[in-house]
Design a protein around this ligand. Sequence first.
Ligand SMILES: CC(C)(COP(=O)(O)OP(=O)(O)OC[C@H]1O[C@@H](n2cnc3c(N)ncnc32)[C@H](O)[C@@H]1OP(=O)(O)O)[C@@H](O)C(=O)NCCC(=O)NCCS
Length: 185
Amino acid sequence: VSAVPLPLTTDRLVLRLLTADDTDAMHSYRGLAEVNRYLYRLPDSRQRCAELIASAAGGTTWQADGDALVLAVCRRGAPGLIGEVVLRLRDAAARQAEIGWTFDPAHHGRGYATEAARALLALAFGTLGVHRVYARVDVDNAASVRVAGKLGMRREAHLVENDVDPVRGWGSEFIYAILDREFRP
Ligand SMILES: CC(C)(COP(=O)(O)OP(=O)(O)OC[C@H]1O[C@@H](n2cnc3c(N)ncnc32)[C@H](O)[C@@H]1OP(=O)(O)O)[C@@H](O)C(=O)NCCC(=O)NCCS
């Protein structure tokens, strides 16, 4: 999106577009079973990571349903990728977007996912004019449930065996959401 002021910065983090140089770092966590445990997919190959980066590196037009802004998350002063956050336009007319977060286990538990997601929510509600942001979180994904809670998102639904995971079989998900007027940056 040309109107999106990138990179975004927070107290500790920089959120920027992905580049081909991020491929190995992305694969180092996306290739892990533990990272994909609640994502309803198998670990990604290095080739798959390269393809994902190629499709996301140019940003997005943020106009049509499905357009996605994928941002690399780095620590200030350290250019290496520690995770990623994504905002996907699900319904342009109703201004509904879905948010997601995935981080390298080497950097879990320091509040980075929450800090990065909060910056992305500010962008969604401020610059992009989104009305409602929601997240789908597996009911057993305690860390992600906690992140949604810290962001002030409301648990709106508990779906039961609504999806199937290639390893775990049937899985159930919570839907968390927050409205533009509810967000406190
Ligand atoms: C979910 C994820 C992004 C969180 O990243 P993170 O940077 O560790 O997140 P934060 O540090 O901001 O917050 C994590 C919170 O979960 C808590 N937590 C972590 N593991 C937990 C567990 N097993 N049970 C309960 N709480 C847990 C942490 O203590 C922390 O809460 P606190 O700040 O109150 O102490 C990370 O675990 C991840 O990448 N998981 C794999 C991918 C994934 O599942 N993505 C989400 C899809 S919906």
